[in-house]
Write a protein that binds this ligand. Structure first.
Ligand SMILES: NC(=O)c1ccc[n+]([C@@H]2O[C@H](COP(=O)([O-])OP(=O)(O)OC[C@H]3O[C@@H](n4cnc5c(N)ncnc54)[C@H](O)[C@@H]3O)[C@@H](O)[C@H]2O)c1
Ligand SMILES: [Zn+2]
Ligand SMILES: [Zn+2]
Length: 375
C-alpha cells in the first residue's frame, strides 16, 4: 500500500540537546508539501560537521535530526516536483541549487542563497518542520537531515543519480568526497606540477589529497597530529607526511623549510582558527592560495598580519567544493562509476544505523575516516 500523502512513522536518531548521545526514537515524518520530496534514506556517512553541532562549534536549534551526507530512494513527491519521481535514486544536497539566486546565476558561484548553513533556522524553506517526536517539532539540519529512515527536502536540495549507483558508497558524494576533491580541482584549481599542503586528513582532507593528485600536483604534503592517518594519505597521493607534534617550531616554518618559499596551494581541513592562520602563512608570499574548508568554530575570530595578503597571497573559502550541487552530483556519481576516482579507501567502517553513537565514538577517537550507516 502506498504511503504517499500519509504521515510515515519510522526510526530516527534525535539529538535532544548538545553534548549528549543520539536517541533512537520513533518519529513522524509529514508528507512532502509543494516542491518538496520525501526520501527513504538507505545509507548515510558521518561527517565532522555533524559532530560540530553536538560540541557547539556549529550552533543549531535543538532538538534536531542531524546527518547531511547520504543517498536514498524517493518515496513520494509534493505538488509541482518535476526533477525526481518515486523510485529514483537520489542524493540530498546540503547546498541547494535554486537556479535563480545570484550565486546560482553566476558562473563563479555555488553557495545558493536558499541554503540553511548561515541562517541556521533548522526549518524547511516555508518556515516549518516535517518531523515530530513525542508531540514536539524536531528541527532539520542544513536542509537535509539524513539520520532517519525517511526525510523531507526541498526539490532544489536533491539530485537524481544513476539507478545502478551503490548507495552505501556514493553517499560520500553528498559531502566529504565532493567537498575535498572540489576544493582542490574547482576552488583552488590546482595545476600540474604544483606543491600543495593539506592540513587535516579526515574524509574531507584525504579527498583534497585525491583532488591535488588528480590535478597533477607534484608534491602533496599531508599534515595531521594523528600519525595513524599517514598510511592512507600516502596511498591516496601524499608525497610527504608531517606531524606538527614532532616539531617545536610552528608548522608554517616547518613547511617553509621543506619547500623553500612555501607551497602553491594550502588547504585547512580541520576547522581550527590556528591552523587556518598557519595554512595561510605556509603558502608562497606572492602567488600562494590558501583555502579554508574546515568549518570555522562559532564566535572565534582570527587576527593576522595584513602583510600576508598585501604581498599577494589569496585567502578563500570553499563550501561543498565549489560545485553547483544539483548539476555536479549526478556527474560525480557517473565519474565514480566510470572509476575516475575511488571512494572505498575513505570508508573504514560500515555500521547498522542504530549503532550511530558507536560511529561517532570512532570519529572522536581518530579511529575512522568515514563510517557509513546503513538502514
Ligand atoms: N566546507 C565544507 O563544505 C565542509 C564540508 C564537510 C566538512 N567540513 C569541515 O571540514 C573539516 C574536516 O572534516 P572531516 O569530516 O574530514 O573531519 P575529521 O575529524 O575526520 O578530520 C580532521 C583531521 O584533522 C586532524 N587534526 C585535528 N587537529 C589538528 C591540528 N591541530 N593539526 C593537524 N591536524 C589536526 C585530526 O586528527 C583529523 O584527522 C571539519 O571542520 C568539517 O566540519 C566542511
Ligand atoms: Zn559534511
Ligand atoms: Zn540559488
Amino acid at each position: 500500500m502506498s504511503t504517499a500523502g500519509k504521515v510515515i512513522k519510522c526510526k530516527a536518531a534525535v539529538l535532544w540537546e548538545p553534548k549528549k548521545p543520539f536517541s533512537i526514537e520513533e518519529v513522524e515524518v509529514a508528507p512532502p508539501k509543494a516542491h518538496e520530496v520525501r526520501i527513504k534514506i538507505l545509507a548515510t556517512g558521518i561527517c565532522r560537521s555533524d559532530d560540530h553541532v553536538i560540541t557547539g562549534a556549529l550552533v543549531r536549534p535543538f532538538p534536531i535530526i542531524l546527518g547531511h551526507e547520504a543517498a536514498g530512494v524517493v518515496e513520494s513527491v509534493g505538488e509541482g516536483v518535476t526533477s525526481v519521481k518515486p523510485g529514483d535514486k537520489v542524493i540530498p544536497l546540503f547546498v541547494p541549487q535554486c537556479g535563480e539566486c545570484s550565486a546560482c546565476l553566476s558562473t563563479k558561484g555555488n553557495l545558493c542563497s536558499k541554503n540553511d548553513i548561515g541562517s541556521a533556522s533548522g526549518l524547511m524553506p516555508d518556515g516549518t518542520t516535517r518531523f515530530t517526536c513525542k508531540g514536539k517539532a524536531i528541527h532539520h539540519f542544513i536542509g537535509t537531515s539524513t539520520f532517519t529512515e525517511y526525510t523531507v527536502v526541498h526539490e532544489t536540495a536533491v539530485a537524481k543519480i544513476a539507478a545502478a549507483a551503490p548507495l552505501e558508497k556514493v553517499c560520500l558524494i553528498g559531502c566529504g568526497f565532493s567537498t575535498g576533491y572540489g576544493a582542490a580541482v574547482q576552488t583552488a584549481k590546482v595545476e600540474p606540477g604544483s606543491t600543495c599542503a593539506v592540513f587535516g586528513l579526515g574524509g574531507v582532507g584525504l579527498s583534497v589529497v585525491m583532488g591535488c593528485k588528480a590535478a597533477g600536483a607534484s608534491r602533496i604534503i599531508a599534515i595531521d597530529i594523528n600519525k595513524d592517518k599517514f598510511a592512507k594519505a600516502k596511498e591516496l597521493g601524499a608525497t610527504d607526511c608531517v606531524n606538527p607534534k614532532d616539531f617545536t617550531k610552528p608548522i608554517h616554518e616547518v613547511l617553509m623549510e621543506m619547500t623553500g618559499l612555501g607551497v602553491d596551494y594550502s588547504f585547512e581541513v580541520i576547522g581550527h582558527t590556528e591552523t587556518m592562520a598557519a595554512a595561510l602563512a605556509s603558502c608562497h608570499f606572492n602567488y600562494g592560495v590558501s583555502v579554508i574548508v574546515g568549518v570555522p568554530p562559532a564566535a572565534e575570530k582570527i587576527s593576522f598580519d595584513p602583510m600576508l595578503l598585501f604581498s599577494g597571497r589569496t585567502w578563500k573559502g570553499s563550501v561543498f567544493g565549489g560545485w553547483k550541487s544539483k548539476d555536479a552530483v549526478p556527474k560525480l556519481v557517473a565519474d565514480y562509476m566510470e572509476k575516475k576516482f575511488v571512494l572505498e579507501p575513505l570508508i573504514t567502517h560500515t555500521l547498522p544505523f542504530i549503532k550511530i553513537n558507536e560511529g561517532f565514538d570512532l570519529l572522536r577517537k581518530g579511529k575512522s575516516i568515514r563510517s557509513v550507516l546503513v538502514f
